[in-house]
Write a protein that binds this ligand. Sequence first.
Ligand code: 4NP
Length: 150
Amino acid sequence: MKILMVCLGNICRSPLAEGIMRNKVAEKGLNWEVDSAGTGFWHIGESPDPRSVLTARKYGLDITSQRARQIKPHDLDHFDLILAMDESNYRDILRLAYSEQQQQKVAMILNYVHPGHNRSVPDPYWDDDGFDQVYRMLTEACERVIDAHS
Ligand code: 4NP
């Protein structure tokens, strides 16, 4: 499997999702590719938000080597599964898809925990206290994604 985690800025939520998924994939000895990207361009080249770095570190993960990038049309060919953090990311990713095969690769990550509910991972950018909750939601979601595809 090749999995791409996508949020708006690629500095808060999707870097955590990438770090959590990379760690779980390694623990389980799976040969999966894991990456992340943002739908927006504002933070290209930046390190993850310091609050995401600290939250990851608290749980034993180092995400400091990640750098933000913007999703590109080729990602919809390269990756098998493109996981959106919220509905706005989901719509923006689908705008890049030009075939049904590409559209079918895109899903809301929390639908792996609450199927069909289209719940969003809350954007913690304006809420310092939101990062721990995001971490816990993403941990559960990543476990379900692995259960569903391994
Ligand atoms: P992310 O969070 O999409 O989880 O990386 C955000 C990062 C930056 C902004 C918004 C959300 N921003 O407005 O710059």
